[in-house]
Design a protein around this ligand. Structure first.
Ligand code: NAD
Ligand code: GLY
Length: 363
C-alpha cells in the first residue's frame, strides 16, 4: 500500500492506494470517531462490494446504517440528497457518525455534500471505486449535486477524513469508465506535469488494458498532483485550483446540454480538452502540432475527440452557468504549451467559434 498525504492546516488526511483495501476494514475503522457509520453506495456497487465492506466493519465492532442510491449522474440530485438526509435522521445518526461514500464520483460528491450539511457537518470517508474517483473526485473536498441547468452548481468545500483507493475494485469497472478516468489523468499532464504527459503518451495502451503497474503509477502521480494543488489553493481562491477545470467548461456544457448521463463526465472532459486545446491554438498560444498530439492521446484513451454540435449560442449559454464566471464573464482554462495552463476571460469569440466548428460533429 502507498500513501499520499493531502496537507491542510489541521485537516490533513491520507490517500491510501493499494490492492484489496476493501478487505481491510481496519483502514476505515481507525478513522471513525465512533463505532457507528452510515455507508452510502449505488445500485451497481451494492451487489459487488457492499457486503464485504459492511461485514468487515461489523467484525471491527462498527454498526453500519446503509443506503443504496440508483446509479448514474442523473441521481446526483436534490432527491438523492434528501433520501440521504431521511436515512440519517430515521437512524438517528449523530455528529460523530461518519458517512462513508463507497462508489464513484457521483456517490462521493453526493455523500460529501450530505456530510458537509447534515447537523452542520459530520465526518466522512471516501472509498472511490472508479478510476475517475480515485484520481480526482475523492481528493480535495469538492462536494456537490447538479442543478438541472448547471453541473455541480450546489455544493461545499468539505474535506474527508481519509481516502481509501482499492485498485482491485477497478477489475469490475466497464472499459468505458476506465477511459472516463483517463480523461482526468491526462488533464494533470496537460495542465502542469509535462513529464507525466510524456509517460502517458508512452503508456496509454497499457493503461487502457488495465496493466496493474501502469494504473498504480497513474493513480499515485495523479493524487500527488491533485494534493499539491489542493494544499496550495483549497477553496479555488488564487486561480491555481481552477486549472484543474481544464476541459471542464466545455465538458460541463456537453453534459448539461445533452442531459446528465448521456455522456459520462470523463467523456465530456475528453472532448472538452480537445476544444480548449483548439481555442488555445486559435489564439496563437499552443502549437498546432501539440493540438494534434493531444487529440491522439485523448483518442487512444478511448475518449471522444469530436463534441456534439449543440450550436455556438447554446454552448455559450450553457457555459455562462459555471462556477468560474466572474463579473458576468466566462473564464476559460487554456494552454500555453503542454504542461502550462492559465485562466483567462479574455478569449475572442472568433477563437471560440473556430474551435467549436473544428471540434463538433457537423463542424
Ligand atoms: P459514477 O460515480 O457515476 O460511476 C460510474 C459508474 O460506474 C456508475 O454506474 C457506478 O455505479 C459504476 N461503478 C463504480 N465503481 C464501480 C466498480 N468498481 N465496478 C463496476 N462498476 C462501478 O461516475 P464517476 O466517473 O466515478 O464520477 C463522475 C462524477 O464525479 C461527476 O458527477 C463529476 O462531476 C464528479 N467529479 C467530481 C470531482 C470533484 O473534485 N469532486 C472531480 C471530478 C469529477
Ligand atoms: N476537479 C476539480 C477540482 O477538484 O478542483
Amino acid at each position: 500500500m502507498q500513501t499520499v498525504e493531502v496537507t491542510l492546516d489541521g485537516r490533513s488526511y491520507p490517500i491510501y492506494i493499494g490492492e484489496r483495501l476493501l478487505n481491510q476494514a481496519e483502514l476505515i475503522a481507525r478513522h471513525l470517531p465512533q463505532k457507528r457509520a452510515a455507508l452510502i453506495t449505488d445500485t451497481t456497487l451494492a451487489p459487488l462490494y457492499l457486503d464485504k465492506v459492511v461485514e468487515g466493519l461489523q467484525k471491527a465492532g462498527v454498526t453500519v446504517t446503509q443506503l443504496i442510491i440508483p446509479a448514474g449522474e442523473q441521481h446526483k440530485s436534490w432527491q438523492s440528497l434528501n433520501s440521504v438526509f431521511d436515512t440519517l435522521i430515521r437512524h438517528r445518526c449523530e455528529r460523530k457518525t461518519a458517512l462513508i461514500a463507497l462508489g464513484g464520483g457521483v456517490i462521493g460528491d453526493l455523500t460529501g455534500f450530505a456530510a458537509a450539511t447534515y447537523l452542520r457537518g459530520v465526518p466522512f470517508i471516501q472509498i472511490p471505486t472508479t478510476l475517475l474517483a480515485q484520481v480526482d473526485s475523492s481528493v480535495g473536498g469538492k462536494t456537490a449535486i447538479n442543478h438541472p441547468r448547471g453541473k455541480n452548481m450546489i455544493g461545499a468545500f468539505y474535506q474527508p477524513l481519509a481516502v481509501i483507493a482499492d485498485m482491485s475494485a477497478l477489475s469490475t469497472l466497464p472499459a468505458r469508465e476506465i477511459s472516463a478516468g483517463l480523461a482526468e489523468i491526462i488533464k494533470y499532464g496537460l495542465i502542469g506535469d509535462v513529464e507525466f504527459f510524456e509517460w502517458l503518451d508512452q503508456n496509454m495502451e497499457a493503461l487502457v488494458a488495465r496493466d496493474g503497474t501502469a494504473l498504480a503509477h497513474a493513480v499515485k502521480r495523479s493524487c500527488e498532483n491533485k494534493a499539491k494543488v489542493v494544499a496550495a489553493d483549497e477553496r479555488e481562491e488564487t486561480g491555481e485550483r481552477a486549472l484543474l477545470n481544464f476541459g471542464h467548461t466545455f465538458g460541463h456544457a456537453i453534459e448539461t446540454g445533452l442531459g446528465y448521463g448521456a455522456w459520462l463526465h470523463g467523456e465530456a472532459v475528453g472532448a472538452g480538452m480537445v476544444i480548449a486545446a483548439r481555442v488555445s491554438c486559435a489564439m496563437g498560444l499552443l502549437k498546432q502540432a501539440d493540438v494534434e498530439r493531444i487529440i491522439k492521446v485523448v483518442a487512444r484513451a478511448g475518449l471522444p475527440v469530436v463534441a456534439p454540435d449543440l450550436g455556438f449560442e447554446q454552448y455559450m449559454s450553457l457555459m455562462g452557468i459555471d462556477k468560474k464566471v466572474e463579473g458576468g464573464k466566462i473564464r476559460f482554462i487554456l494552454l500555453r504549451s503542454i504542461g502550462t495552463a492559465f485562466m483567462t476571460a479574455d478569449v475572442p469569440q472568433s477563437a471560440l467559434k473556430q474551435a467549436l466548428a473544428e471540434s463538433t460533429v457537423n463542424g
